[in-house]
Ligand binder design. Structure first.
Ligand SMILES: Nc1ncnc2c1ncn2[C@@H]1O[C@H](COP(=O)(O)OP(=O)(O)O)[C@@H](O)[C@H]1O
Ligand SMILES: [Mg+2]
Length: 280
């Protein structure tokens, strides 16, 4: 029963507990990383002593007070910033410059107003000069997967905030990146849309098997979605604790929020962040 075994394996590495053991080498690795921003007027240490390994297929959420270096951490993985000390690895290689094997989603969808949803998604293929047929087929799959069917030809101003974020997600996934970086992707959405996007992201993550690093201000979003939650201290950002959520990969929203593991993890993270801001 290969199928059954595969499923067990997938589940095993997605429980978060012992994720690296079950899955072998890390797809993202940060080792003793520090980032300092120096200018004539200021010298800011954004990150200090950050060591983190993320296993293939794992979902890691990052929470922490504003200005603690969360966006900086994602930019390091993407190769948009160089560490002042330490090493960043992606797919086994040291990151030395901008990487193409990632997808990036930001708080603002940043769609081109004069392009339809589908053509906004396909811009990723144009920029990367991917074969058109394959890209169009993949765009159609993603449109279906994210529930955008029927809105392919709509322009951004005809789409709700949630739909615009779905288009941004499709654009980020078009080239099938092994690693998806999300920087407060649902921060601008209303609470109900946000919940719905959380449920959809859980399903999309399971369906695509992509590794996700999600920065969020919402503790419940972090715990609902992630295998592990990285809690960061105020600037200079260091990792205070990494919490294994210990929930199954497939998560019904209401049921998950009522589970003791969920309440335990959210309570613990709230305490850690509360303690951090008390010392701020
Ligand atoms: N390019 C930059 N130049 C100078 N300082 C920066 C730059 N980018 C970020 N910072 C500073 O580094 C710290 C961390 O920023 P950031 O990673 O954006 O925090 P977060 O995403 O956790 O809110 C902040 O104090 C910010 O002002
Ligand atoms: Mg940020």
């Amino acid at each position: 029963m290969t199928m059954a075994r595969d499923t067990t394996l997938r589940k095993a590495h997605r429980t978060g507990v012992g994720a690296l053991d079950a899955k072998g080498p890390a797809v993202v690795g940060l080792e003793d990383v520090a980032v300092r921003f120096r200018s004539k007027r200021r010298d800011v240490t954004a990150l200090s002593d950050v060591t983190l390994d993320v296993a293939m297929g794992e979902f890691v959420a990052i929470v922490g007070p504003s200005g603690c270096g969360k966006s900086t951490l994602l930019k390091l993985v993407a190769g948009l910033l160089k560490p002042s000390a330490g090493q960043v690895r992606l797919g086994g290689e040291t990151v030395n410059g901008p990487r193409h094997d990632i997808g990036y989603v930001f708080q603002r969808a940043a769609l081109l107003e004069w392009r339809s949803a589908r053509r906004n998604i396909l811009i990723q293929a144009e920029m990367r000069r991917l074969p058109g047929d394959r890209a169009r087929a993949r765009a159609d799959e993603l449109i279906e997967m994210t529930g955008l069917s029927g809105f392919e030809d709509a322009y951004p101003h005809e789409l709700s905030g949630g739909m615009q974020q779905r288009v941004a997600l499709c654009r980020a996934l078009l080239h099938e990146p092994p690693v998806l970086l999300m920087d407060e992707p649902f921060g601008a959405l209303d609470a109900l849309t946000r919940e719905q996007m959380n449920m959809e992201l859980n399903r999309i993550w399971r369906e695509t098997g992509t590794t996700v690093l999600l920065v969020t201000h919402s503790i419940s979003e972090a715990v609902y979605l992630a295998d592990r939650v990285v809690v960061m201290s105020p600037r200079p950002g260091t990792i205070t604790e990494v919490i294994d959520v210990g929930l199954p990969a497939e998560r019904d929203y209401t049921e998950t929020l009522g589970r003791p593991e969920f309440r335990e993890a959210t309570g613990h993270i709230r305490d850690l962040l509360g303690a951090a801001s008390a010392h701020d």
